[in-house]
Design a protein around this ligand. Structure first.
Ligand code: ADP
Ligand code: ZN
Length: 307
């Protein structure tokens, strides 16, 4: 029978990628190579945290005590460690989650002693990419995800950017370009804004507009030109507002072949010659080096930063 690893090992790192659709939990000594990982659908909060705690308890039996935990969560969330609501999910339509405090629930069931960092999923992914992926040695990193929604995380001089709450770049406003294309069902999918980038360029926006999800549209479908233009607008705005070293774009929609090169082309056109000192486009706008693992690797890296 396996005995728990001895204290000569470095402390065990625990990570949670807390997505709105699925939870991923992992433990390990090296964020890039977890010893054990589990993924399950995000259900009612008590059950979901219960499942995570069961996984961590088994991991402790097998590998020894947890030294620190990093969480990258869906939002909006209270990630301000000085706030009384730190660790909580804010407004969300997900049943039961609005006002639920993830960090308190974990502490209640696992004890107070383990230090926990609670970050946005996209800030965690940015940390993963900066330490192990496409943004190694970059200090100012933007990680954007294009999936069911659009979100962005930032490392400002290596440190996750929070602000008053945290950035929500999905709701940046962009011009409506739909009039230049023929489509079955135009309009934003964001219930709050007529022309935000999430409303125009998330996976559900593509599906609504063209009548089929992205993976069913051919490579030469006009959807991809429009998609690249919207995302290029977002990248120009981020460049103007925040001056990153690199913009990494991940999420389900980016699996569409050729989308990133098209975004670079449109970025160059929209930006003009203004930013003469930008890195080459292939270095400036990139896919995640860690692929779909950026979030969970980042959560483990956040745990490591606590030690
Ligand atoms: P989530 O945002 O829920 O974490 P994902 O990042 O996987 O999930 O994104 C899901 C979205 O990506 C869906 O809207 C889906 O239609 C879209 N999608 C999945 N695969 C592809 C693909 N190959 N090409 C374009 N879009 C895709
Ligand atoms: Zn919006």
């Amino acid at each position: 029978m396996d005995s728990p690893e001895t204290s000569s090992n470095p402390p065990l790192l625990a990570g949670i990628e807390a997505g709105g659709t699925k939870y991923v939990c992992a433990v390990g000594h090296d964020p890039e190579n977890p010893l054990s990982e589990i993924r399950f659908p995000t259900g009612e909060p008590g059950d979901t945290i219960g499942e995570a705690v069961n996984f961590f308890r088994e991991a402790i039996e097998q590998y020894g005590p947890i030294g620190a935990m990093g969480i990258g969560t869906f939002g909006p969330a209270d990630i301000n460690s000085r706030s009384s609501g730190y660790g909580g999910i804010l407004t969300t339509p997900k049943p039961g989650w609005a006002g639920y405090n993830v960090v308190s629930a974990l502490r209640e069931r696992m004890g107070e002693s383990v230090p926990i960092t609670f970050e946005t999923d996209v800030n965690a992914a940015a940390v993963g990419e900066a330490e192990f992926g496409a943004a190694i040695q970059k200090r100012n990193v933007c990680y954007i995800t294009i999936g069911t929604g659009i979100g962005g995380g930032f490392l400002h001089d290596g440190v996750p950017l929070h602000g008053r709450m945290h950035p929500e770049i999905g709701h940046m406003l962009v011009p409506n370009l739909e009039g230049e294309y023929e489509m079955s069902n135009p309009g934003s999918v964001c219930p709050f804004h007529d022309n935000c980038i999430e409303g125009f360029a998330s996976g559900p926006a593509i599906e609504k507009r063209w009548g089929a999800p992205g993976h069913e549209l051919s490579d030469d479908h006009p959807a991809w030109d429009l998609q690249a233009r919207y995302l290029a607008h977002g990248c120009v705005n981020l460049t103007a507002a925040w001056s990153p070293d690199v913009i990494i774009i991940g999420g389900g929609v980016i699996q569409q072949k050729g989308l990133i090169p098209r975004i670079r082309e449109h970025f160059a056109k929209l930006a003009g010659d203004y930013w003469g000192n930008l890195p080459p486009m292939e270095d400036y706008i990139q896919e995640p080096g860690l692929g779909q693992q950026a979030g969970i690797v980042g959560a483990l890296a956040l745990a490591q930063r606590l030690l």
